[in-house]
Design a protein around this ligand. Structure first.
Ligand SMILES: Cc1cc2nc3c(=O)[nH]c(=O)nc-3n(C[C@H](O)[C@H](O)[C@H](O)COP(=O)(O)OP(=O)(O)OC[C@H]3O[C@@H](n4cnc5c(N)ncnc54)[C@H](O)[C@@H]3O)c2cc1C
Ligand code: FES
Length: 527
């Protein structure tokens, strides 16, 4: 039954082998997979914040909706977020103004402010216990950056209608000398407690939810999933990165990996605020990595200090000669210096963010289609972008005029972002040179338990993994999307594509698009 659900177990079900604090501390539900052909007004593919919010908006308006999810609810990037809910955009208003103009920067600010308000209203209306809290956020300088960045952002954010203030000190972090830019009325929550409650409301309103249901084919009016057909007037592809759009969108946005640690701090001793630095301006990446911090209630005597950052392009951790272990260690050292009362690190995980080259998400009709919609390009603002996606796409489906339609139109072309577009395109093209590289290892005999690698077998590139019990799994290491050579991600034990961010479990199963299919098995002998 699509409405009834049972307790879910997220072991081996999330988009990586590390478990986030949210997955560890929420009561997750799973639903039955799709087992028959069905017909609905709208089918939504993906049960993260974008898909669930869209389904919630449509079912509240009385629409007949089905949500299909190939893992469990929020087993994608929503389960790996840090859930700052903000209108302080990580691509900066000063940048938005340059690329899209003053009026559009204002419209973007309004949409993110409306998304925070939507979450707050929904929490109140539905009586959801998800620790939703309003608090201030502080943007402060990375050592590589200059005060002008804060001054420009102060001016641009105020022009966009956000009453930011320059303050002398960074509240809560005495190590930082200041100044900082204060963003008022930001928020945070436990994202899974919020979204699991929304799923319940969707089902109460007659919405159908199917988990372990993989969309295999998508065309106007029809989705094939688990071999069954779903006829629908509207299709919403809320898979974080679109799996229906083979090429266009994936030249305009790029997948990055970002890392998180959560450490114990004595309860109530760290100020309630959000903090972000302005990012490492010496970094080689187009999307500059920055550090983001919040706290979260944990047990009777502790809060968690949750710090994220150390980003790099997916599948390219080695490009800076910084291992994934070092990235966690860098985060920990950074946090200990600024929060010396921090003790044990109790969670570590990483996840994927999708960075649009022109700094705005792509939300709306998929270019070239009539009734297929996409929600993607969140950058580090997916809590609000996912919510905006739900609000905007449900309006488009119901024929309601929405002021953000043009701003987020996936078909837009932003001439002023051409420089970054070309740099990312160059990086992507360079990945094809991996065909000529030596393998990570010479023979599968070199693989220890729970280790994976890419190796050359004759002219073939092979992705091999030895399970903890010693079984050898081997697959062709060529990404089924557009043919790049995969890389081994030792931290999350997955095979990741350096071109557009497709990812596969150590058993070859696709976990992040744009690839739609699993890796092909490769027969290999131990000797
Ligand atoms: C470490 C980290 C920290 C972050 N911190 C913040 C933050 O503080 N604030 C903020 O605003 N944003 C943050 N983000 C970004 C934000 O978490 C994401 O942008 C957002 O959660 C994406 O939601 P989504 O619904 O688009 O995608 P997802 O949550 O990934 O949902 C997509 C779903 O689609 C499913 N799916 C994929 N393919 C198929 C298929 N073929 N058939 C069926 N189902 C399919 C997947 O299993 C998945 O569950 C962070 C992200 C990361 C990784
Ligand atoms: S994700 Fe595009 S080639 Fe792999």
């Amino acid at each position: 039954m699509a409405g009834s659900s049972t307790q879910a177990n997220y072991d081996n079900e999330t988009s990586g082998s590390n478990i986030s604090v949210w997955i560890d501390t929420a009561q997750a539900r799973e639903f039955a997979p799709l087992q028959e052909n069905i017909e609905v007004d709208t089918v939504i593919i993906g049960a993260g914040i974008a898909g669930i919010t869209t389904a919630y908006c449509l079912t509240q308006a009385g629409k007949k909706v089905a949500v299909i999810e190939d893992g469990l609810p929020c087993s994608g990037e929503t389960g790996r977020t840090t859930a700052h809910i903000v209108n302080a955009l990580d691509d900066f208003y000063s940048e938005l103004e340059k690329i899209h103009g003053k009026d559009n920067a204002k419209l973007a600010a309004e949409s993110h402010t409306a998304a925070i308000d939507f979450v707050e209203r929904t929490v109140e209306k539905e009586g959801i216990e998800c620790e939703f809290t309003r608090l201030s956020g502080y943007l402060f300088l990375h050592p590589s950056d200059k005060i002008k960045t804060l001054q420009d952002e102060h001016a641009a954010s105020n022009k966009a209608g956000i009453k930011t203030e320059l303050v002398d000190k960074v509240p809560g972090i005495s190590y930082e000398q200041g100044p900082a830019l204060m963003f008022p009325d930001q928020a945070q929550f436990h994202p899974l407690k919020y979204l699991f409650a929304l799923l319940e409301r969707i089902v109460e309103k007659g919405g159908k939810v199917f988990t372990h249901t993989h969309a295999e084919e998508i065309k106007e009016g029809l989705v094939i999933a688990n071999g069954f057909s779903i006829k629908a007037n509207n299709i919403v592809v809320a898979t974080n990165t679109p799996i229906n759009n083979l090429f266009t969108i994936h030249t305009k946005q790029h997948a990055y990996r970002t890392y998180v640690i959560a450490a114990l701090v004595p309860k109530g001793k760290v100020e309630k605020a959000l903090w972000w630095d302005t990012g490492d301006h010496d970094s080689k990446w187009v999307s500059i990595p920055y550090t983001y911090v919040r706290t979260q209630a944990y047990d009777d005597t502790h809060d968690l200090l949750i710090a994220g950052g150390q980003d790099h392009k997916t599948g390219q951790a080695d490009a800076e000669d910084i291992s994934q272990d070092e990235r966690y260690k860098n985060l920990e050292d950074w946090a200990r210096l600024r929060f010396p009362i921090m003790t044990e690190v109790v969670y570590k995980w990483s996840g994927q963010v999708i960075e649009p080259v022109d700094s705005l998400a792509f939300i709306g009709r998929n270019p070239g289609d009539n009734n297929i919609y996409i929600i993607t390009g969140d950058s580090g603002n997916g809590m609000t972008h996912g919510t905006i996606g739900g609000m905007l796409v449900s309006d488009l489906i119901m024929g309601i005029n929405n002021p953000w339609r043009k701003l987020y139109d996936p078909a837009r072309i932003s001439i002023k972002a051409t420089g970054d577009f070309l740099k990312e395109a160059g990086n992507m093209a360079a990945q094809y040179a991996d065909y000529l590289k030596a393998g990570d290892i010479k023979s599968v005999k070199d693989l220890a338990p729970n280790e994976g690698a890419i190796l050359n077998v004759g002219l073939h590139k092979v992705a091999a993994y030895r399970s903890t019990s010693g079984t050898l799994n081997a697959y062709t290491a060529i990404c089924p999307h557009l043919g790049c050579v995969l890389q081994w991600n030792a931290d999350e034990t997955s095979f990741d594509c350096p071109c557009h961010g497709s990812r596969f479990t150590n058993e070859g199963v696709v976990i992040n698009g744009p690839a739609l299919s699993d890796l092909k098995r490769y027969e290999i002998k131990e000797e």
